[in-house]
Design a binder for this molecule. Structure first.
Ligand code: HEM
Length: 499
């Protein structure tokens, strides 16, 4: 009898201690007198994320609606996290008091994944500053003008592909956008033609799709890099799996070695990588070599693949449903073409309605739906009676802000007119983030998305299919990006082209 009771009592005691310990972890916000979301044992407020019910971005967006205060607390597992809602406070964190918030809280750990850790997005100061300084010149206005010609070539391939398609069938706009993004990013930044609209046998796209599509396993690891650092370190989780890392290594080193061998200079990302390779160390402790160089290329490639492709597909989806908006945009495209005879960089820049459509697409679908920073040194906000401890992760819920009726009336409606005459307030409209750590590819992405849309809409009318187009887009729970969970099937009917 005694032998039976002892293990039982020990188990109960352990469970009680674990419960006591975990509840103790959840006292942080209460002690600071900050409103917070009621946590559950072990998971804090991240149960829905770990059970793949919602993405981090959606969870933060839902919680945003439950509060009215400038900020609130929550727990990712047992880690206290501060979520900020107030536009003025957001401005302080991202821009004005950047020196307190220069790093993201996402994990940097070369032992677990050297490629991911050294990507600009993950990198920490002081290396971040040096890498950013070197990568920024790749996206100057002069370079963007040349890149636009390359995007136009890819858009031409895309339109030929659509022309050759049986228009009674539907096409997956997500797939179309993915192919366009693959070719545009590879051509503009690495100088390689990846022919995604030609036969899949000669194209790079199926490989990219396979390696960058998220399943529960990669999704779990990637989410853990944001909110469960302990799990990543304990189980040595990789952000990119071995197969992906090896493939990326092969493609980029082959391209770089070939460029060094031929001595061709294109002033693109590959040239910048060669520069890194041959330049002295960035800092005494940080040598730029091996995977650290590769990370720069991988960052640009992975950032561009998902974001540009999805934005094109979300825009086509909304335009297919809102036919009057599609017509208005087509009429701007046709009249601009009649006036200028072609679409060059400055012409596109002045296409007001096209810009409004893309802005509205990124409001409804901010591809990276949350921003995050880490408080580097204790930060005091006396007027809000708050002291943020060093090390606290700070989250900014873009889905909450972009769907707040206080800032955007009838937020579920797709309405480009809301961007008609006023300058956009960047304190609550933040699809590319803001401040020194804002998106480095913003201008390039806007240009690439616009080129794709205008080439498609000039030649094709885009319609939903009653049986195949989703009535509401759902997002993959395995991705930190807003990525459609199913295909977005649309019909592309040839138009009469104005010439
Ligand atoms: C529609 C397309 C895109 C969207 C919506 C987007 C959005 C974002 C957002 C929200 C951030 C975080 C900003 C912050 O924390 O303040 C970011 C960071 C970043 N993006 Fe993009 N992005 C897009 C395309 C691209 C492209 C094409 C590239 C590469 C050429 C790129 C490269 C980066 C990099 C390197 C960072 C990290 C910057 C740093 O930490 O210094 N993005 N992006």
């Amino acid at each position: 009898m005694y032998a039976l009771y002892v293990p039982l009592i020990l188990c109960l005691l352990l469970a009680y201690l674990a419960w006591k310990y975990l509840n103790g972890c959840f006292k942080y916000w209460q002690k600071l007198n900050v409103q917070y979301v009621k946590p559950v044992p072990f998971f804090g407020n991240s149960f829905q994320i770990f059970t793949s019910q919602v993405t981090i971005g959606e969870l933060l967006g839902n919680l945003y609606k439950q509060f009215d205060a400038a900020f609130f607390g929550m727990y990712m597992l047992h880690k206290p996290v501060l979520v900020i809602r107030d536009p003025e406070l957001i401005k302080k964190v991202l821009v004005k008091d950047f020196h307190h918030f220069h790093d993201r809280s996402v994990l940097y750990d070369e032992q677990c994944d050297a490629i991911a850790s050294n990507m600009l997005f993950f990198s920490k100061s002081p290396e971040w500053k040096l890498i950013r300084y070197k990568v920024t010149p790749l996206f100057t206005t002069g370079k963007l003008k040349n890149m636009m010609d390359l995007c136009k070539e890819v858009a031409n391939d895309m339109v030929s592909y659509l022309r050759s398609y049986d228009t009674t069938n539907c096409i997956d706009a997500k797939e179309l956008g993915g192919r366009y993004a693959t070719d545009a990013i590879n051509s503009c930044t690495f100088g390689i033609k990846t022919n995604s609209f030609k036969s899949d046998k000669v194209s790079f796209y199926p490989m990219c799709k396979e390696i960058l599509e998220f399943d529960w396993k990669t999704g779990f690891s990637q989410v853990a890099y944001f909110i469960a650092h302990g799990l990543v370190k304990t189980f040595k989780l990789r952000f990119f799996d071995y197969q992906t890392s090896n493939l990326l290594r092969k493609v980029f080193w082959d391209t770089l070695n070939e460029r060094e061998r031929t001595k061709i200079v294109r002033h693109d990302l590959i040239d910048a990588m060669i520069g890194f390779k041959n330049s002295p160390n960035l800092t005494e402790s940080f040598q730029f070599e091996g995977d650290r160089i590769l990370s720069i290329a991988v960052q640009v490639f992975t950032a561009g693949f998902e974001t540009i492709g999805s934005t094109v597909s979300f825009a086509l989806y909304e335009l297919s449903i809102q036919r009057d908006i599609q017509e208005k945009l087509r009429s701007e495209i046709n009249s601009t073409f009649l006036q200028y005879g072609s679409f060059d960089y400055l012409v596109i820049k002045h296409m007001r309605y096209l810009h409004m459509v893309v802005q509205e697409t990124l409001r409804k679908y901010p591809i990276l739906p949350f921003l995050e920073r880490k408080c580097a040194k204790t930060y005091s906000i006396p007027e809000k009676n708050l002291i943020i401890d060093a090390g606290t992760p700070i989250y900014i819920p873009l889905l909450g802000l972009h769907y707040d009726p206080k800032y955007f009336k009838n937020p579920d409606n797709f309405d480009p007119e809301r961007f008609a005459d006023k300058k956009v307030d960047k304190t609550f409209y933040l699809p590319f983030g803001d401040g020194p750590r804002g998106c480095i590819g913003a201008r390039f992405s806007l240009m690439a998305v616009k080129v794709a849309l205008l080439y498609i809409l000039r030649e094709f009318e885009v319609k939903p299919s009653p049986s195949r187009t989703p009535t509401k887009i759902r997002f993959s729970p395995y991705s930190v990006f807003l990525s459609p969970s199913t295909g977005i099937y649309l019909k592309f009917k040839a138009n009469r082209v104005v010439d």
